[in-house]
Write a protein that binds this ligand. Structure first.
Ligand code: UDP
Ligand code: MG
Length: 322
């Protein structure tokens, strides 16, 4: 009997949580039903508390007392979902990990299907949204446009309508762990590591409880991170823009000199001078801004700070590595 249990493959359900107090019980109930039904596998439910300001941590502790399959990591503050996921990947013990949102927008009922596909040798089973309920038209439209642009700018293939909801094989987990960059754009990293991928379709539900942590400001930040961490095309475009403007300006300069030589000088052209100056000034600021984005990334990377700090793992104090 014991022989049998040790041979079971272990699957970690990795769940980043930020202020999810109101939804955790619901989540546990739905997920444990699935875990109980899949007797051929051992499960670990790894909850990552990403510096919540509500009672999320206490909820996690209660769940762990109730069910030893539950584990939790308490980060020292809010590091953002991307870092919380990395922390989870670092601490997951499973042969595979399934990343789930705490708000039940990713239906756990898909887990058995994911595992089935994983058993055929796929390293990354990702769930693609068939529909997006409870999201505004503007959000859907802008996200669609954004992925089109991102796809054009980068050479790796980025899956559209796909979030972080996926099953990752041990191989993929190790690969993701080895990528220690800060300002992570995990969605791009999933593609970057390669390995065999397969999609399954699902309908994304509205949040079960609580509020979304994203606002447009944060989303724009994530969007910029996505582009700047996977592509230097904006820098190249800047050079190209500079070259084009210089060439046009040079031609215009020749034209002005010749005109002055032939027809003499008349003091005029203040409006055109002004508009050209403002145009070029604006262009320079934009290009500087683009360079600044990359410089900022370099600045953050060279500090080599850890991606996150953990204060507690299953009640045990964790110290930063030095
Ligand atoms: N989350 C997190 N840290 C954050 C923000 C969000 O761990 O700083 C978690 C959150 O608890 C949830 C998941 O990431 O489990 C997705 O967040 P949310 O539902 O707010 O995003 P949306 O579904 O609206 O894209
Ligand atoms: Mg959500």
């Amino acid at each position: 009997m014991f022989e049998l249990t040790s041979e079971r493959k272990k699957i970690t359900l990795l769940i980043p949580c930020y202020n999810e107090e109101s939804g955790l019980d619901l989540l546990y109930n739905r997920v444990s039903k699935i875990m109980n039904n899949l007797e051929d596998y051992e499960f670990e439910m790894l909850l990552v508390n990403d510096g919540s300001r509500d009672g999320t941590l206490e909820k996690m502790k209660t769940l762990r007392e109730k069910d030893e399959r539950v584990s939790y990591i308490n980060l020292s503050r809010n590091f953002g979902k991307e870092s919380a996921m990395l922390a989870g990947l670092d601490y997951c013990n499973g042969d595979a990990a399934i990343i789930l949102d705490a708000d039940l927008q990713d239906p756990p009922e898909l887990i058995p299907q994911m595992i089935e596909i994983w058993e055929t040798g796929v390293a990354d089973v990702y769930a693609r949204r068939r529909s997006r309920q409870g999201e505004s038209f503007l959000k859907k439209w802008s996200s669609h446009r954004y992925y089109q642009i991102l796809q054009h700018l980068t050479s790796i293939e980025i899956q559209v309508d796909t979030g972080d909801f996926r099953l990752l094989d041990r191989q993929a987990i190790q690969a993701l762990r080895s990528l220690r960059e800060g300002q992570r754009y995990t969605k791009g990293l999933f593609s970057w590591i390669g390995y065999r991928k397969q999609e399954i379709l699902f309908d994304r539900e509205p949040r079960a409880a609580g509020k979304t942590k994203w606002n447009y400001w944060k989303l724009i930040g994530l969007a910029v991170d996505g582009i700047t961490s996977f592509s230097v095309v904006p820098l190249r475009l800047s050079s190209f823009l500079g070259l084009t403007i210089s060439a046009v300006t040079f031609l215009y300069m020749m034209f002005t000199i010749l005109k002055t030589l032939i027809f003499g000088e008349a003091v005029a052209g203040y409006p055109s001078l002004m508009s050209v100056m403002l145009f070029i000034g604006g262009m320079q600021l934009i290009v500087l801004g683009i360079i600044g984005e990359y410089l900022g990334r370099i600045f953050n990377e060279v500090k080599h700070r850890p991606n996150y700090l953990i204060s507690e793992y299953n009640g045990k104090k964790i110290f930063a590595e030095s």
